[in-house]
Ligand binder design. Sequence first.
Ligand code: ZN
Length: 258
Amino acid sequence: MTHLASPAIVLRRRDYGDFDLILTVLTRDYGIYTLIAKAAKKSTKRFPGILEPFATLRIVCRQGRGKGMQVLEEATLENSFGSSRSDILKLAYASYWCELIALWLHEGQARPDVYELLAYVLNALNQDGTPVKLLSLLFQMRFVGQEGLRPVLERCSCCQIEIEKLAQQQFCIDLRQGGIVCHQCPAPDATQLRLGKGTLKQLLWMSQGDLSMARRVRFSPAALTEATHFLEAFVPYHIGRAPKSLLFLHQIRGQMEH
Ligand SMILES: [Zn+2]
C-alpha cells in the first residue's frame, strides 16, 4: 500500500536518532503499523505534542523508499488521553492493554473490532466514573473473547458439568484447560487462583452485549481482586507472551494498595 489514511491509536513511541520518532500504532482500517515520524523531535510545528502514547489520531502515511516503513505525513488529534496522562495508575493500565494488542496482533492485520474496544476503554478511562480495575476486566474479557480465547467459566473445563448444577461456591482455575475446574475433577497444580460463583457470573455477563451496559457491572472489592488476579494470569498465558507492562502495573498497584 502506498498511502494509508485511518484513525489510529498510538500504542508505543520511541526515539530514533536525534530527530525522528518511531511509532507503533493500531489503525482502525489496517491493523498495527510501525511508522516513522521524521524530524518530529526537532520541530514541533508539524506534530505539535500529539504523537503521544494512547492518543487517538487521524493519520496519513506514505510508503517509505524501497521496503522501508511507512512515513507519517499528517496527524490530527482526535482524543489526547488528556487528564489520564498525569495518573500513573491509568498509564500503567493503558500500557498493559496496548502491549497485549501489540504482542498478539500481526502487523497489517485489519481488526476494527480490536480498535473499537481499545478506543472505548481508553475513552472511558479518561472520563471519571468507572473504576480502572473494572475497565481492565472489561477490556481483557472482550479481548480474549474476540480472539477466540475466552475462559470457560460456565462449566467445569474438565468434566463439563455446568456450575449451576454444583453446590460449591468456589472454583479452582486450570490455566491449561482454559477455565474453572470443579471439586470432583483433579485439582490443577501450581496455580492458587480461585473464583467465586458470583464472580464467574459477573465476568460472563461482562463478556457480551453492549459495552456501556457491561461496564456497569458491580463487583464487590473481593470479587474485583480475584477477577483481576485471574485475568492477569489467564490472558498472558493464553496469548503466550509475558507483557513487561504487567510487571510495572503490579508494582504501581502494589505501592498504592499498601
Ligand atoms: Zn469437573
